[in-house]
Structures are given as C-alpha cells and as structure tokens.
Design a protein around this ligand. Sequence first.
Ligand code: ZN
Length: 461
Amino acid sequence: MLPEKVRDYLNANRDRHLSELCEFLRIPSIANVHGEPDGCLQAAEWLVERLERIGLSAAIEPTGGRPIVFAEASPNADAPTVLIYGHYDVQPPDPLDKWHTPPFEPSVRDGAVFARGANDDKGQLYTHIMALEAWQNAAGGPPVNVKMLLEGEEEQSSPNLEPYVAANAGRLSADAAVISDSEFFAPDLPCLVYGLRGIVYAEITFTGPAGDLHSGTHGGAVTNPANALAQVLAAMHDEAGRVTLPGFYEDVVETDDAEQRLWSALPFDEAGYARSLGVDAPSGGEAGRDVLQRRWSRPTLDINGIVSGYIEPGAKTIIPARASAKVSTRLAPDQQPQKVVDGFRRFLTDNTPAGIRWDLTVHSTARPVLLSRRSPALEAASAALEEAFGRRPAMIRMGGSVPVTELIQRILGIDAAMMGYGLPDDNIHAPNERFRLRQFYDGAVASAAVLGNIHKQQSSQ
Ligand SMILES: [Zn+2]
C-alpha cells in the first residue's frame, strides 16, 4: 500500500500538477519536423529544471540526434534501483484544421486535457515526476534509488537510443524498469504489456524510362513502373493473407495454450472495435487467425504510401518514369529485422519485371520483444495498478513497437514493466489527443505505488 501521506500529497497538489503538465505541453517538441521550430531542446531543459527541483541530479546528454535527459537520485545504497523511461518528443500535430483547440495550447474540458503529447508520452511521463515529488516532499525521499531515461526521438523509432544505452549500460543498470507509454485494454481495465511487435520500415523505388513517356506513342513498348510496382506489391501476400517474402515466417513463435487462455478471457468487443475504426468487421490479415492474434502475435506487411505518375486534377496520358511505395512490416517474436530486409531484397530480385530497376531503402527497424509474464517487477506493477485503479490488470501484448523495451531487455538484462495509463480512444498520433484527468491523477498514484512495492519486495527477501 502507498503510504497515506504520499497519496494525500498527490491529492492536495492536483491543480498545480495539472498546470505544470500544461506548461510542459505548451513546448512544441515535435519529432520529424519539416521547418517547424524544434522544441525538443527546450523540453529537455524544462525537464532538467523540473527534476532538479525535486532532488534528482539531471543533465542533458547529447546523442547523434535529439538529446536524452538522464536523471538520478540514490537516497539509499541498500535499496533496489528502478529505471524509469519516458519520451518528451511528440508526433507532428497535422492536420491542424481537425483540432478543436490548438495542439500546443492545452485545453482542459470534459474531464480531460487536450493537447499534442497529453497522453503520448508527456502526460504519462509526468505522472512519474509527480510520484517522485510526492515521495520527496511527503516521505523524505523515494523508497528506492531512481534513474530516469527520457528520450527525444521515440516517435522516430529511437534511431540513436541503442548506441546510447550500449555506451551507458553501467550507468543505466537497475534492478527493475518501468515504462508508461501505453494504454488500458478497455476504459476500466488496466493492463500490463508483455509483448511488442518489431518493425522494418522500407521504401521501394521502381525506375523505368529516363523520363515520363506519352502513353499512346510508347504504351506497349516499355514496362510501366507504376503497373510493375502494383503487381509486385500485390504479390507480397497470398490468397490466405500470408506474406510471401522468402523466409518470412521461419522464426515466428506460436502463442502457447496458457497465453491463448489469457487472451480469450479478455473482454474484447470485436464489433465495438470494428465500429471504432469505421469498418463493418475486422478483416484482412491471415486467414484462420483471430483478431487479437492478428494484431499482437502475427507478423504483417502493409503499404503505408504509394507515389507515382500524374496526380493533379484531370487527365494526363503518361507512362511515369518511376514509382515508389513505403512499406512496413510488423515483426512477431522471434523474427530478425535483418532477415526480413534480406527477404525483401530476394523478393524484389526474383519478382521485378524486365525493364525496371529497383531500389530498397530501409528507414528504420526494431526487433520484437517478449517479456516474462512472471517477474517481481511485474508483480509490483500489477499491485500498483490494482491499488490505483481498483482492478487487477490484464496481461496483454501490443501490436506496435516501443524500441526501448527491447533494448532494456537485450542490453541491460531487465524485463521492464509496461504500465500505461492512456485510454484506447485518446486519439494519440491524431487530432484532439487527450488524457483523462482521472487517468492522470490515478496514474500518478500507480507510479508512486510501484516504487514502494519494489522496495517492499527487496526488503522481504
Ligand atoms: Zn509514446
């Protein structure tokens, strides 16, 4: 149980904590910017100042890209050490005209705070700062040693995080790790995430004639790169919805029976899920697999964008000189990104028609990860979520990628507890992103409780 004085402190400081979050949200720390002012350094400086105020030593540490904020407090050499991860960068806010209030002018209404990053991940990250402050000011300090790793490039798949974690493995070493960058399974059902898919994000370019050609004069005499690309992309799935890249399924691990039982016990509302997406029913994906398997434990391949030819209004009869597509695959444990990239290359070599030159650019990769479903940190997180939200969390996987989880496991040897406080309809990465105030305040209680629980585990050993 969280000491009453820590919980009381959080209750008494709600309004100030909310206005501080709004201050943080006003900084436009946008990832992947094109000409917009980059507020990432400003957000990092804000965090350092904020963390030093509650007794942590904090510093901005350079990477090959946007900086990392590293902070620590070691109140007790005998206590366990907990590594807390969060990210201060946010997705670009466009399309701007779909926001009811501007993305970087936080608006509190209908029991939620609306702003870009309110949920993902500034709001969730801030619950840990509130928790540390409450321990510091109400109980004389956190019950454990704390390290914080706050990143500025998560929304770009963390391109500089692996070298940073590898170079600083000693400084980042900890007994447990906590990440709050995910969401509840359903509005009243917290969850712990123990599996994530990986990703290979690639761009395929087909080049044909030296320039666009008249499709009447030359049609039938040259291979059209747009036609060819459409054919090749279509051939990347078979009739059963399986991906046809060579070797694609070789390393995919099937879910076991115990896991299937966990998932079938979840209150998954398939019709409601379809409605929330604006489709009649969940479709696509591999035949013979249920929706949760297709989203969580099976690999996929999706075209994310196609560009070719004449796209202005009206007609223009050309054979375009080139065509390109952005394609991402989501990887299931234990697929290896490099093997999938090799599969792409072999597929393109074998299937690209005569008259076309192909090129493959890999934009980003991340490995899938599967964490233990029974670790002490997970027990501590589970009890913390139950204390804060009144319900024992479900154990789930997620279809997306959070690269840091895999790095923490592979490089630091820690299975992190992924305890997120967002709700499924919070519009992350979309206009009108929000974070419910109840999730924000109770999330801070959970963030505080997990530290106490980890401390108790150690002292009862
Ligand atoms: Zn995030």
